[in-house]
Design a protein around this ligand. Sequence first.
Ligand code: LLP
Length: 429
Amino acid sequence: MNLTRNERGELTIRGVSLPSLADAYGTPLFVYDEDEIRSQCRRFHDSLSTSGLDYTVSYASKAFSSVQLFRLMNEEAMGLDVVSEGELYTALASGFPADRIHFHGNNKTEAEIRYALDAGIEYFVIDSIGEIERIDALADRDVEVLVRINPGVEAHTHEFIQTGQEDSKFGLSIEKGLALDGISRIQAAEHLVFKGVHFHIGSQIYDPNGMITTIDKVLRWLHENNIQADVLNAGGGFSIRYTDEDISYPIEDGVTRITETVKNVCAELDYPVPHLSLEPGRSIVGEAGLTLYRVGTVKDIPDVNTYVSIDGGMSDHIRTALYDAKYTLQLANREPEGKEITTTVAGKLCESGDLIAKGIELPPVEPGDLLAVLSTGAYHYSMASNYNQMLKPAIVFVSGNDHRLVIRRQSLEDLLVNEVTDDQLGKTK
Ligand code: LLP
């Protein structure tokens, strides 16, 4: 995100000052640069369209689902990848066309399958042998499906966000023959129409070679086994920068290398060129979002550490506790002053592991200051919880030099909406 300081030393996005947003909407607050989200979509479109291939780029909605975001995705001609009835419901509520939505998941329930069939989604991505019969039995007309294959590729990323290795809950293994078995069962099923294959080798991958090697392997495997795939969906997983140590996936070069690989391998094998689909999540929204927190307690433990506690925590920021993820933080309400000190920025929840950033160098911070945690646009709000009965933050989109609320902060009353009261039980005091 492009942040600059104004004459008062406040951080601004496109001229909108972060302290003014904190005043207007409160903290913790997620702030997105809407124009950056759009431009990320366009970078994928531009790179794919210059290849001349038939293509789709679908947003992986697990990264951040919201009605206003889905409207934007529709305007940007994106498809949508959903993994639950909740994501599908949110997408449909936004008016997103069902025929540009596909449904993933290693354990789609019968209710979810029915819901997606009724909605008329574009296709299901079959993830297991058992699911073939389940969808076929529930369908009363032809339904297009892709098969999620497990290509047996180990991506170099955090163990919990690796997905392509052999021992995985996702996909049908090529090596073990499950993928071929699945495809022949689909071809024999009454209502299922085999459209192609999908794979996803992992997340936060900065090196294009992983996907390229996998595409090469998968196309050769399809050719050897005489399988005609009209669609090749190569998943998402394109990296973003959380800190200076990270590399943003080189979208233009990487996508060009991907499309060239598809064209070259197909030409070499004389295999019909499939429709290419990608489904990025993090790279569309990740760097476009930040979280704004208000500093409360500052605790200095002499010769040990300085703890700066903010007004949110693992309820809106779980990735540090879960993946030991690293972040860049900036003082948002004034120019930093004084020598940087080693600081641990902690959340306010009752758990020692509730940290935002451990032992980072920060300028001295005081109660009342605002801290911006950068690159929190993906997998933060979507992984938020009400642990400690914390309220989920509000979300604001900045566009041009304007801003608008897209998700309200939860209220205390919201915390009780599902509680069954004595009244409802017909009890009297
Ligand atoms: N397609 C499939 C089938 C996926 O499983 C995923 C992510 C994506 C696309 C999108 O991947 P992306 O482009 O966003 O990397 N909670 C973790 C990330 C889990 C990702 C799971 N699958 C995190 O916070 O890093």
